[in-house]
Design a protein around this ligand. Structure first.
Ligand SMILES: Cc1ncc(COP(=O)(O)O)c(C=O)c1O
Length: 430
C-alpha cells in the first residue's frame, strides 16, 4: 500500500486537521517527509519553499540547530517528568519579561486549550456568562468559540459545527471585525453580562487582516468600562510581529494574553498569561479549574526557551519586515502584470494574497475573494515548488530561514501562478 493510500485508509480524510486535506483548493494532501530551514520535502522527494511554516509555529524555520540541540538535551534527560521542572518557570519568566503586565503564565498542550482556560478564567473572575467574539477570527476548536454569525450585526452565535450544543454557542456574541459601531451595540445590548472579549489583535484566520488601531483601542476602552476581561489571542502573532507581540506593536494592552505556536519552538503548546490578580484565580490558588498530564511538557518548554533566547539574541523583526515587504511587492506586481484582480496584505512576516480587488477589513469582505482563482494560484505555485497554505483564509508565514534565494524562487513562480489564476477569473466571468 502506498503511503498516500495508507493515510487515506487509516486517517479520516487522510489527515489529522481538515485544512491539510487541500480540499479548499481541490487538490490532494501533500505528504511530507522532512523539513530543513525554509524548505520541506515530500515523500516523492520534491522539495518546496515552505510558506506554511508549521502554521506559523516555526519562526526560526525547520530544524533550527539551537532548538534541536535543546530538544536533544531534553531527550537525554527524560522527556516527560510529570512534576514541575525548572524549564517551565524559565519559559514563563521569558514570556513575563516580553509582555507588559504579565506576572504569571499557565501552559497547556495547545492553543485551543489555552483559549478554553482563558475564557473559563474570565467567567470565573467576573461571574458572568457571555463571550464577545469577532467574525472571521479563529480561537481553536472548543465548543463555545466554534460559532458563526447569525443575522444582524450583534447576534448570539449559531453553532458552526455539528455536535456543538446550541446551549454552548448561545453565550457567544459575534460581531464583525474592525467595526466600532457593532462593538458599541453589543456592549449596549449585553454589557453587564459580557465576561470576556476575545479577539485576534491582528487577524490571521480570514487571511491576514490588520486591525484599525482606533477600533482596537475602542474595544479596549469598552471592555474596561463594562468590567469585561479583554483577551488577546496572540497564538499566531505572539513573538512573530514583535517580541512583545501585536499588543506592543499596536500599543493596546489586554487583560489576558493567549499564546501558542512560536513559544513551543514547533512542539505542541499553548499558554495563558496575565496579571496575578486574574491568574491566581486558577487552581490551585483559586477556584477556576485547569489541569493536564502534558501541561508544561518538557520538550515544548526546552524548545520554547531556546527559541525565545535566539529571538532575544538576534532580533529578526526588521529583517522579516524587509523580506515581507519585498515578497508582498513582488506578488502584487506579478498579479498586476498578469491582469489578476488581487491585493496583498502584509505585516512583518505575515502575508495573504487575496484574489479580490475590493478593500478587505472584515470577514464578509474576505469571503468575496475569488476562491477558484486562489485555488488555481496555490496549485500553480505548488507545481513550481512553492508551498502556500491551501486556503484563501490562511496566512503565509516567513521565517528567519527564508533568504533572498527563497524569495527569488517564489517570485519567479508568482508570474506563472498569477497567470493561471487570472485565466480562472476570466473563465468565471459571466
Ligand atoms: C489565533 C489562533 N488561536 C487559537 C488557535 C488554536 O491553536 P491550536 O491549533 O494549537 O489548538 C489557532 C490555531 O491556528 C489560532 O490561529
Amino acid at each position: 500500500m502506498s503511503v498516500l493510500a495508507q493515510s487515506r485508509r487509516y486517517l479520516v480524510g487522510g489527515v489529522n486537521s481538515p485544512v491539510r486535506a487541500f480540499r479548499a483548493v481541490k487538490a490532494q494532501p501533500v505528504l511530507l517527509a522532512d523539513g530543513r530551514g525554509a524548505t520541506v520535502r515530500d515523500v516523492q522527494g520534491r522539495r518546496y519553499v515552505d510558506f506554511i511554516m508549521g502554521w506559523g509555529a516555526l519562526l526560526l524555520g525547520h530544524a533550527h540547530p539551537a532548538v534541536r540541540a535543546a530538544a536533544q538535551r531534553r531527550l537525554r534527560a527524560g522527556w516527560h517528568l510529570g512534576l514541575t521542572h525548572v524549564t517551565e518557570s524559565a519559559l514563563a519568566r521569558a514570556i513575563s519579561e516580553a509582555l507588559p503586565g504579565v506576572d504569571r503564565v499557565r501552559f497547556t498542550p495547545s492553543g485551543t486549550e489555552a483559549v478554553m482556560v482563558a475564557v473559563r478564567l474570565a467567567r470565573g473572575a467576573t461571574r458572568r456568562k457571555r463571550l464577545l467574539t469577532f467574525e472571521g477570527c479563529y480561537h481553536g476548536h472548543s465548543d463555545g468559540v466554534l460559532v458563526k454569525r447569525g443575522s444582524g450585526l450583534a447576534t448570539l452565535g449559531l453553532s458552526a459545527s455539528a455536535g456543538v450544543l446550541e446551549e454552548a454557542s448561545r453565550q457567544t456574541v459575534v460581531v464583525p471585525y474592525n467595526d466600532p459601531q457593532a462593538v458599541e451595540r453589543a456592549f449596549t445590548a449585553y454589557g453587564d453580562t459580557i465576561a470576556a472579549v476575545l479577539v485576534e489583535p491582528v487577524a490571521a484566520n480570514m487571511g491576514l487582516v490588520q486591525p484599525d488601531r482606533a477600533w482596537l483601542k475602542r474595544v479596549r476602552a469598552l471592555a474596561a468600562r463594562h468590567g469585561s476581561v479583554l483577551i488577546f489571542d496572540e497564538v499566531v502573532t505572539g513573538f512573530r510581529l514583535a517580541y512583545g507581540g501585536a499588543q506592543t506593536m499596536f500599543g493596546v494592552r489586554p487583560d489576558l494574553t493567549v499564546l501558542g505556536k512560536i513559544i513551543g519552538g514547533g512542539f505542541p503548546i499553548g499558554a495563558v498569561a496575565g496579571p496575578a490578580r486574574l491568574m491566581d484565580q486558577l487552581a490551585p490558588e483559586g477556584p477556576v479549574y485547569h489541569a493536564g498530564t502534558f501541561a508544561g511538557h518538557p520538550m515544548a518548554m526546552a524548545a520554547g526557551v531556546a527559541t525565545l533566547t535566539e529571538l532575544r539574541r538576534r532580533p529578526p523583526y526588521q529583517r522579516l519586515e524587509r523580506q515581507g515587504t519585498r515578497l508582498a511587492r513582488g506578488l502584487a506586481e506579478a498579479a498586476e502584470s498578469a491582469g489578476l484582480r488581487a491585493q496583498v496584505h502584509q505585516l512583518g512576516s505575515m502575508l495573504t494574497l487575496f484574489c479580490s480587488g475590493q478593500p478587505i477589513t472584515k470577514f464578509s469582505d474576505a469571503q468575496r475573494a475569488d476562491r477558484r482563482a486562489f485555488a488555481a494560484l496555490a496549485n500553480a505555485f505548488r507545481s513550481r515548488g512553492v508551498l502556500l497554505p491551501p486556503s484563501q483564509f490562511e496566512t503565509m508565514f516567513l521565517s528567519t530561514a527564508h533568504g533572498p534565494s527563497h524569495l527569488d524562487r517564489a517570485l519567479a513562480a508568482a508570474r506563472q501562478a498569477c497567470r493561471a489564476a487570472a485565466k480562472m477569473t476570466t473563465r468565471s466571468q459571466p
